[in-house]
Design a protein around this ligand. Sequence first.
Ligand code: GLN
Length: 194
Amino acid sequence: MLQGDGSLRVGVLAIQGSVREHIEKLNLIDGVEAVLAKDKNTLLSLDALIIPGGESTAIGKMIVDFGLKEAILKLNERKIPIWGTCAGMILMAKYIVNDDKVHLGIMDISVKRNAYGSQLDSFKTKLMIPAVSNNEIEAVFIRAPYIENVGNGVRILAKHQGKIVAAQQNNLLATAFHPELTDDICFYRYFLKL
Ligand code: GLN
């Protein structure tokens, strides 16, 4: 749904986590209106939604407590693009191998939380992701998950040391790392083309 002025309303789920960083990146892109999404009506007005990194258990609980889960599920039914980064990816997954919880359960991936262990909590690397850019992309992993398995309809976009760290299923995009923490906006452009 393009707005009257032709801009695209892109929301960042604003409960906890790296919300401001995503908003700042969206503000760099022409034709995008970046919106803090923390209530149901705002969510339902969006053309695209980013679910940021943070703590998936906390965000997962709050989307239920604040009555936002249904609105996000409705956006998915409408095939609105939804991009989960890190904890956001965990929230979208249908299966979490080391947790009993499933939050939104909309993307046919099974993820492992805190998959890089406690020693190697955070690291930076460069990934070649041909679908997204012709250049290497800097990727920041912070207590990151990875994807152990994907269903048939899921396209694997990137691997790091043999583990899947970015994938797409129709309108859904998932990255284990944090593009909002680097200078490159190519992932945002890729997402907005969905
Ligand atoms: N470890 C967090 C979790 O399991 C995710 C970390 C992040 O989003 N940077 O929810």
